[in-house]
Design a protein around this ligand. Sequence first.
Ligand code: NDP
Length: 401
Amino acid sequence: MAKVVCVLYDDPVDGYPSDYARDGLPKLDSYPGGQTLPTPKAIDFEPGVLLGSVSGELGLRPYLESAGHSLVVTSDKDGPDSVFERELGDAEIVISQPFWPAYLTKERIAKANQLKLAITAGIGSDHVDLQAAMDRGITVAEVTYCNSISVSEHVVMMILALVRNYIPSYQWVINGGWNIADCVARSYDVEGMQIGTVGAGRIGSAVLRRLRPFDVTLHYTDRHRLPEAVEKDLGVTFHPDAASMVGICDVVTINAPLHPETENLFDEAMIARMKRGAYLVNTARGKICNRDAVARALESGQLAGYAGDVWFPQPAPKDHPWRSMPHHGMTPHISGSSLSAQARYAAGTREILECWFEGRPIREEYLIVDGGKLAGAGAHSYSAGDATSGSEEAARFKAKA
Ligand code: NDP
């Protein structure tokens, strides 16, 4: 029987909800392009409830315990004395969400002698040292597509919020003001702008599709070019790399995974290539952008705004410069954890567990690492190597709380 350790974010400060803003969720038939939604044999939760926090347990406890497995759920994930690190030694399976990542560094993997499967309840497995997982023969799987559309909606919201100067304008209302000139002195229309995405996979192409009706000109760069028919359909121009694309864009959105090729891609030099007053929206991973270069560019006016929901490490220390830099629209990492997305990734996690315990293959599109190498979706979108270094700093959030 297996020991499963599941790391989830804390419950709301007022306690686990007893009721919700809406009743249930809209029913979807499939993802765009036809990929099927998660298909576990059953689920033990009501879609639309909070599943991603500790008390929600991703709805997994009845299933796991009735099959004789043990489940440890904790939010205490950082530092050598954390519950996660103490429970890791005899865990066969670790489940974690990118929003509140249980960093599986090389050192932690070395201590986790029994670890065979690391599941990302969401998308983006960069919190696992993929190289160390390959070297140890650990399978890494994620719930591909579960929250790609959720994130694309967040990206569009953030582009509009920055360009139209929504957040400061809202703040004037809260503060009792009617300061129209203060609000509009930084407010523009998106119409007519040049908008480019780094990465045109599931999220990137959904962003392009959603932006098209705004009468903008669209651009993208990606490791693999989209089929010509799709480029035509979206009316989007391909650029061979980010460096050659960013100079013509008013808005750049980053929608590529974090791996050694994309780590620190938006450094001082890349940001300097952008138009003065461009906006940068990054909901992919914090480490793709250089922390201090972004803050400096907002202060100098090279960037007119920066928004996103991804930081490094997570949770971000209280003194992380992105909390206090000017003209930002940051949220904590939430875009892929709407109640709608939670229902899908909880069901997808259950599907992966059912496959694992029943000896059935995990879907190719869910696999990141398998059999000692990048596999499935991982082989397509990632490069080998480690992007977890520096994650120990996440412990500072707790220390300063
Ligand atoms: P996909 O795998 O569908 O798309 C990622 C795209 O990025 C692929 O087309 C891939 O190219 C491309 N890519 C990879 N490396 C590069 C590179 N060096 N330069 C340009 N493009 C590159 O994944 P999703 O769209 O579903 O998700 C993308 C990322 O967004 C995730 O990996 C995750 O980090 C992040 N994410 C964030 C969430 C949030 O809550 N904020 C939630 C979900 C995801 P190709 O495959 O052609 O090689």
